[in-house]
Design a binder for this molecule. Structure first.
Ligand code: 4NP
Length: 156
């Protein structure tokens, strides 16, 4: 890849799943020594400016990443030229991204778990109305996706 890759993870609120995907991906790219810009955003802006959900912060910390400094923001049309890869966490996120994609978009749009062998078409479930165990499941899912995506970008 000629330019440094840049990956944006997108969920609905940008306080649960996509910050965890960002954290897991940052861990993985640091581990394998891949230089890549990383961010996350939400389809909705209800939580803009807020830190991630407390349960997401707890699960990330348990797995070695401090996400207290992350702040939620809404995805914008400019993201489609700023990022090389925009990755939706579920099918609704992906559909919303496709609907807002501007004509000059250059970003590759995908569903996170489509990158994982044997998990094509699977969504990362929204843990917002769940409990701590659901957030652990989210962590496992986004880590799976992050590893596969990092491997794919490293090979490109
Ligand atoms: P996320 O979870 O999309 O994983 O950040 C949600 C957080 C907030 C809302 C929905 C989902 N909400 O409706 O406020």
């Amino acid at each position: 890849m000629a330019e440094k890759p840049a990956v944006l993870f997108v969920c609905l609120g940008n306080i649960c799943r996509s910050p965890l995907a960002e954290a897991a991906f940052r861990l993985e790219v640091a581990r394998i020594g891949l230089e890549v810009e990383v961010d996350s955003a939400g389809i909705g802006g209800w939580h803009a400016g807020e830190p991630p959900d407390a349960r997401a912060r707890t699960v990330a910390k348990r797995h070695g990443v401090d996400i207290n400094g992350y702040r939620a923001r809404k995805a914008t049309p400019q993201d489609f030229t700023r990022f090389s890869h925009i990755v939706g966490l579920d099918h609704e996120n992906l559909a919303a991204l496709k609907a807002m994609r501007p004509a000059n978009a250059t970003a590759d749009l995908s569903l996170l778990l489509d990158h994982v062998e044997g998990r094509k078409g699977e969504a990362v479930a929204d843990p917002y109305y769940g409990d701590e165990r659901d957030f652990e499941t989210t962590w496992a899912d986004v880590s799976d996706g992050a590893r596969a995506l990092a491997r794919r970008i490293a090979k490109a």
